[in-house]
Design a protein around this ligand. Structure first.
Ligand SMILES: [Zn+2]
Length: 174
């Protein structure tokens, strides 16, 4: 079920500019399976431009995501600051349409922005989460690191795409 707080009402919305504010916090990821993100504190400002049959949305996201270091699983916050756009028009969603346009059925009176928000947050997350390589003040958790290193001595080098979670899972299974 869509969370009411991420709904933009479309019926009766006049042509012109509208501004909305949303807050993505820890609860956002409680109901969504995104294992890389443990928490969030992201402010979202949505600029909406309504035209006759078209709606253009600009999402401004800024804040922090709580994640775990890829090397040692130590928690830390990563800052995100991104701008994403979304185009909507009313029509028949089953008819062919441009890929970058989201088609809403005629008469649809609200828009749930939580699916695009989820996607934009995932896009804003860096692919490599290894803060100790970039930030001198961040020190990896040596204890966990040593444990993980000891395991990799006995085992063939894990493939690069194997996440730390898969490796930990294998440890538990053994
Ligand atoms: Zn680390």
């Amino acid at each position: 079920m869509a969370e009411r707080k991420f709904i933009i009402r479309l019926n009766g919305l006049p042509v012109g500019n509208h501004l909305y504010e949303f807050k993505v916090d820890n609860t956002f990821f409680d109901t969504r399976d995104y294992s890389d993100i443990k928490g969030a504190n992201v402010n979202v400002e949505v600029e909406l431009l309504k035209q006759n049959n078209l709606i253009n949305l600009t999402f401004n996201l800024s804040g922090t995501l709580s994640v775990l270091c890829d090397r040692c699983t130590k928690p830390y916050d990563v800052e995100i600051d991104s701008v994403e756009k979304m185009h909507l028009r009313f029509g028949n969603p089953d008819e062919p349409h441009a890929e970058d346009v989201f088609v809403l059925p005629h008469g649809e009176n609200e828009l749930d922005v939580s699916p695009p928000l989820y996607e934009f947050i995932a896009l804003a997350l860096p692919t490599r989460l290894v803060p100790c390589e970039e930030d001198e003040t961040f020190v990896c958790d040596e204890e966990t690191l040593n444990k993980l290193n000891n395991i990799s001595v006995d085992e063939p080098e894990p493939k690069p795409e194997t996440s730390i979670w898969d490796r930990l899972k294998n440890i538990n299974n053994n």
